[in-house]
Write a protein of this length. Structure first.
Lengths: 230, 240, 276
């Protein structure tokens, strides 16, 4: 991006570098949310419905993992993916894929923990009906997940917000490479360290605006959906 | 093809139900067999809901034994239960019925026809695509009945299904229940409305403080109850 | 309803995946671990597109402090290192991680301080200035991150006869971050800080700071480049990495470095050995 340009100038001139950064940020965070949902939501639902010795410990641990520090996750993934690490031969370090992996690890516990609570609450309401209808364990999970979909949507937004906002993990595993692994948050960190605080702030506002827009779109979808399905 | 297993008779042998040290139901020895509807009456807290839950297999007895058609396993293959406040799945009315059909292992191709038939039977044909949660309480109760009937049950249990409905809605529900009984389904229903009991009952079970106090045909119960408590109850006194 | 939702989710995933695939480079590329001064001063932004145009090789720069960059290479996560702390570079070479070290360019370090110059060091030579700062316990920001600049700073304290370990006090603030962050902090605290000229010139939050000491021979800051040893890490892209090294020290590369200016000022002075 050209020096000394304001964030507004960059938007209006359709600066390619800015748009590439926005696109990468969204691609990484949305992919991470999708993957984390595929892993975390069934896990959360299963934990809500299954009883086994040590279940309470598992629930407490899962809730605690919602607060995993991003920079620690970044470091752990870095050590895994480094050439001298166990997954080195895959050559994933300093790529967007590594960033998706790190963010997925960060968000999956959030989605799992929130899903567990939501499904557990719903189960206490649905238990008699579903047991009376002879619903098997797998069907039960899917029915509760589907019926809880509006609450789970909020959980997804929470996960996305966390991913889009963090800089520690993606900085370490991505390397903030210009044109390849530079996201909104790492770009803001960079411009701050270059002393271009107005540009950094402008980028920050763009990021916030995008996140608000996404939340608004999801809200609109939810309102429309609720009218259809109750 | 497996031989169709029957839910009836439901036999309770020396069944007791306790919650911790507190007794809820005690020393039940009852048989529920084919026939006219059995209505369960009694003051609040007598144990009507618990008795229905035992018969449905939702709760296991603390002691004693329950068998369905001679079986002790609790899989509810051909019995169904309707609660006072049914839970509607977050989807359309017809989708709710489709769900019940799927859980009853009705093949996909047969479902559309069955849905239409059941909606008709409960008078909800015009509301098929309405979100179930947007239905009135009377309509929701009728939908719950449709879901229960989807399983083609031999035994239909109902826990005060019209307690929160207005008279018009109550009549609609009673008509469906009466029709189901006519078609050969054994109806076992808890009710607090003595008028309803008169309208629907074949026999009456009077439950008091966790025990079966009386059990006889409806006209005998109303005209000449065997116990003083039953007489008191019929008069409208608070039976403690 | 479920299948519509499912196909929407699938479409978004594919879109996201396609974006990531686009971002992943399918052309020739190398990873260069370098310093924040070469990035923050804008040198790479100027140099690398020219290199790509000439060779078709994309250079992916991980900008860290010198110490961190060398560690990244030690782990095999870079193909080339381009840093500025000769003592650390020679250690790296001796450990067998590098193939050969080449001088590329130099710039100079400058001592930055508040315009009010409470310690009164303006215009002095660097050793006197540092001694004065320590004596008066004037606030001083250190990068504290084993970077080239940090290494040079420590060497200068030693040369000035000051035992930092003994005389460190609340006046000496180690922040463990890059040059830009150090300048931001010095601005906010009204403190002195040692910086490379390139980062200083392109820094945009100067506030009340200005150059207080410059031109001292002892502030000379040499940059070197090395290919990571393919014998240690067979996956190192040795042809393309060597191509980058060779270009930096070639007449073309050296001229390009000299051409990089901000506000008409040249920031880096090429000094590769002729004929290498």
């Amino acid at each position: 991006m050209p020096d000394h340009a304001s964030a507004l100038d960059l938007i209006l001139s359709g600066d390619a570098a800015l748009y590439a950064i926005v696109r990468l940020s969204l691609a990484v965070s949305l992919s991470a949310v999708a993957l984390a949902a595929a892993i975390g939501m069934p896990l959360g639902a299963w934990l809500a419905l299954t009883h086994f010795p040590g279940r309470q410990v598992a629930v407490v641990l899962l809730n605690a993992m919602m607060g995993l520090p991003p920079v620690v996750v970044g470091l752990a993934v870095y050590l895994l993916l480094s050439r001298s690490g166990p997954l080195g031969p895959m050559g994933l370090l300093f790529t967007p894929t590594a960033m998706v992996i790190a963010q997925t690890i960060l968000i999956a516990p959030i989605l799992a923990a929130l899903t567990r609570q939501t499904v557990e609450d719903l189960w206490s309401e649905y238990r008699d009906e579903l047991t009376g209808m002879h619903v098997g364990p797998l069907s039960r999970m899917m029915t509760l997940l589907w019926d809880a979909r509006f609450s789970l949507l909020t959980a997804l937004l929470a996960g996305f917000g966390r991913a889009a906002a963090e800089v520690g993990a993606v900085m370490i595993v991505g390397g903030n490479i210009n044109g390849f692994t530079r996201t909104m948050t790492t770009a803001i960190a960079l411009e701050t360290s270059k002393g271009d605080l107005p540009l950094a702030m402008g980028l920050g506002l763009i990021l916030v605006a995008i996140v608000i827009a996404i939340n608004a779109a999801v809200w609109g979808t939810r309102v429309w959906s609720e009218r259809q399905a109750g | 093809m497996r031989a169709p297993s029957s839910e009836l008779p439901v036999v309770l042998e020396n069944v007791s139900l306790r919650s911790g040290p507190t007794p809820i139901l005690e020393d039940l020895n009852q048989t529920i067999a084919h026939g006219a509807p059995t209505l369960i009456v009694g003051p609040n807290g007598a144990g009507k809901t618990s008795l229905l839950r035992l018969c449905m297999g939702l709760t296991a007895p603390s002691s004693g034994r329950i068998t369905w058609g001679g079986r002790t396993d609790r899989a509810p293959l051909r019995r169904a239960i309707v609660f006072q406040r049914p839970v509607m799945l977050r989807r359309s009315a017809s989708a709710n019925i489709a769900y019940a059909l799927a859980q009853a292992d009705v093949p996909r191709k047969a479902r559309a026809a069955r849905i239409a038939e059941l909606l008709d039977r409960v008078g909800l044909a015009e509301l098929a695509h309405r979100p179930a949660r947007h239905l009135s309480s009377g309509e929701q109760q009728r939908l719950a009945l449709a879901r229960a009937l989807a399983r083609n049950p031999e035994l239909l249990l109902l826990d005060e299904p019209t307690a929160s409905l207005d008279p018009a809605a109550t009549r609609g529900v009673e008509e469906i229940i009466a029709a189901a009984a006519q078609s050969g389904i054994k109806v076992v229903m808890a009710s607090h409305d003595l008028g309803q009991v008169r309208r629907l009952a074949g026999e009456v079970i009077f439950l008091l403080r966790g025990r079966v106090h009386e059990r006889e045909m409806a006209h005998a119960f109303f005209d000449s109850p065997a116990t003083a408590e039953a007489a008191s109850f019929l008069r409208g006194d608070l039976v403690i | 309803m479920t299948s519509r939702l499912g196909s929407f989710v699938l479409a978004s995933l594919l879109l996201a995946g396609a974006n990531l695939a686009y971002a992943a480079d399918t052309d020739r590329s190398i990873v260069v671990a370098s310093t924040t001064s070469t990035q923050d001063s804008g040198l790479f932004g100027y140099l690398l597109p020219i290199f790509k145009q000439q060779t078709g090789i994309t250079v992916m720069v991980i900008a860290q402090g010198t110490g961190q960059a060398l560690d990244t290479a030690r782990r095999g996560d870079a193909d080339v290192v381009f840093v500025h702390a000769k003592s650390q570079e020679e250690k790296f070479l001796a450990e067998g991680y590098g193939v050969k070290r080449y001088d590329v360019m130099y710039n100079d370090l400058v001592l930055i301080g508040p315009k009010s110059d409470a310690a009164g060091v303006k215009g002095k030579d660097i050793e006197t200035a540092l001694r004065t700062i320590q004596a008066k316990a004037a606030p001083f920001v250190s990068r504290g991150d084993r970077s080239g600049t940090h290494t040079a700073e420590l060497a200068l304290w030693k040369q000035s006869g000051i035992d930092l370990a003994g005389s460190k006090g609340p006046w000496y603030r180690e922040i463990g971050q890059g040059m830009g962050a150090a300048l931001n902090t010095a601005n906010a605290m009204g403190a002195y800080v040692l910086s490379d000229r390139g980062t200083w010139i392109s820094f945009q939050n100067k506030g009340d700071l200005e150059i207080v000491v410059e031109g001292d021979k002892r502030l000379f800051n040499q940059y070197g480049v090395m290919l990571v040893n393919p014998e240690k890490y067979p996956h190192v892209k040795k042809e393309d990495g060597q191509a980058f090294v060779d270009w930096l020290i070639s007449r073309d590369g050296q001229a390009t470095i000299a051409n990089y200016k901000i506000n008409g000022q040249q920031l880096f002075f090429p000094n590769a050995e002729k004929g290498s």
